[in-house]
Design a binder for this molecule. Structure first.
Ligand code: DP6
Length: 349
């Protein structure tokens, strides 16, 4: 017999960034972060996990290609889910698995991203969230989402926020064992329906410095990182929570842009400096800043992760349509720097 489960998780975009770990093995961050989870039709991972007595080892395929499962992060997620597995019975199929039997059964995992991994857009957040969620479903894990988020966190920090939709906060926690470093939902998907997210793919190359390596170097060498984590982020998180609660786009946009810029300032403050944004990224920032200034209040927020691609958040659909027009005017499709746009709302196209 074979038992299967399938799940889907979207990626998330941080508006208050996670950058720096206080514990590398458990993936515990130096500050809280806040993100918005994209709608699952765009940029999501779909994962099917199967278990069978016929399987002789754990195996995984990513977008159809087998990948090694020897990495500590996969093993942590698998181990933590197996620990929490419960009795399972399917009378019709005659399958009965006792709690303790899950340890002996091997899994086969097939995961697909509905966006090109090569586009340089973070796929680990959606991937690990989906893996943990689906394994939990298969193994009849009864734990709540908070607990699942702390397991997904051990796959990739940002993955803990993709367990929920809507606006999500990852609370850094204080405990050494990481049990209080979990994600909580601040507001669900329906809360701020006006916002439209447009991702301008500036470069489809894989990033040169991974987030994991980059943040390790920042923790070791950047004095700005300590100041940011201890002094800036705590009050920024409170303000961001208020902005989200009250649909206050002006504060939301100002905080989002400021936090992205400070994260990239920390990267520059790292030795040797890390350059994630390029000239095209800088031109997009100028375009948005000038537009926001000419309107007298922010219309669009920008944020950049560990790469040059711009995530643009428009205050409503009308602004998003205008933004797309501007992008196409300043960066016509033949412009090699900005080869394609991925749009968070198909109807805009
Ligand atoms: C810039 O979650 O990819 O996107 O925990 O080492 O796997 P690891 O790092 P990862 O880092 C994400 C960094 C970021 C900001 C964010 O998503 O908060």
């Amino acid at each position: 017999w074979v038992l299967m489960a399938t799940g889907r998780s979207p990626t998330n975009i941080a508006v208050i960034k996670y950058w720096g770990k206080r514990d590398e093995a458990l993936i515990l961050p130096v500050n809280d972060s806040i993100s918005v989870t994209l709608d699952p039709d765009h940029l999501s991972a779909t994962t099917t996990v199967a278990v069978s007595p016929a399987f002789s080892s754990d195996r995984m395929w990513l977008n159809g290609k087998e990948i090694s499962l020897s990495g500590g992060r996969f093993q942590s997620c698998l181990r933590e889910i197996r620990k929490r597995a419960c009795d399972f019975e399917d009378e019709k199929k005659g399958i009965k698995i006792k709690k303790e039997d899950w340890e002996k059964l091997h899994v086969h995992i097939a995961s697909y991203n509905n966006f090109p991994t090569a586009a340089g857009l973070a796929s680990s957040a959606a991937g690990f969230a989906c893996l943990v969620f689906t394994l939990g479903k298969l193994m009849n894990v009864k734990e709540d989402y908070g607990e699942l988020s702390s397991i997904a966190r051990q796959g990739s920090g940002s993955a803990c926020r993709s367990i929920y939709g809507g606006f999500v906060k990852w609370c850094m926690g204080k405990k050494d064992d990481g049990s209080d470093s979990i994600a909580v939902q601040l507001a669900d998907e329906a809360h701020w329906k006006d916002l439209v997210i447009i991702i301008a793919v500036v470069s489809s190359k894989q990033k040169e410095t991974s987030s994991t390596t980059g943040m390790r170097d920042s923790v070791e060498t950047s004095p700005l990182l300590q100041y940011r984590a201890q002094t800036v982020v705590p009050s920024r998180v409170l303000k961001m929570e208020e902005a989200i609660k009250h649909h206050d786009f002006e504060s939301f946009a100002k905080l989002t842009c400021a936090d992205s810029n400070q994260f990239h300032a920390v990267c520059l403050d790292t030795s040797p400096p890390i350059f994630y944004m390029n000239d095209t990224s800088h031109r997009i920032i100028s375009l948005v800043e000038k537009w926001n200034q000419s309107e007298g209040s922010p219309q669009v927020a920008y944020t950049f992760d560990a790469g040059p691609n711009a995530v643009l958040i428009a205050r409503n659909r009308k602004t998003a349509a205008l933004l797309l027009q501007k992008l196409l005017y300043y960066f016509p499709p033949q412009d090699k720097d900005l080869s394609s746009y991925l749009v968070g709302d198909k109807s805009i196209l």
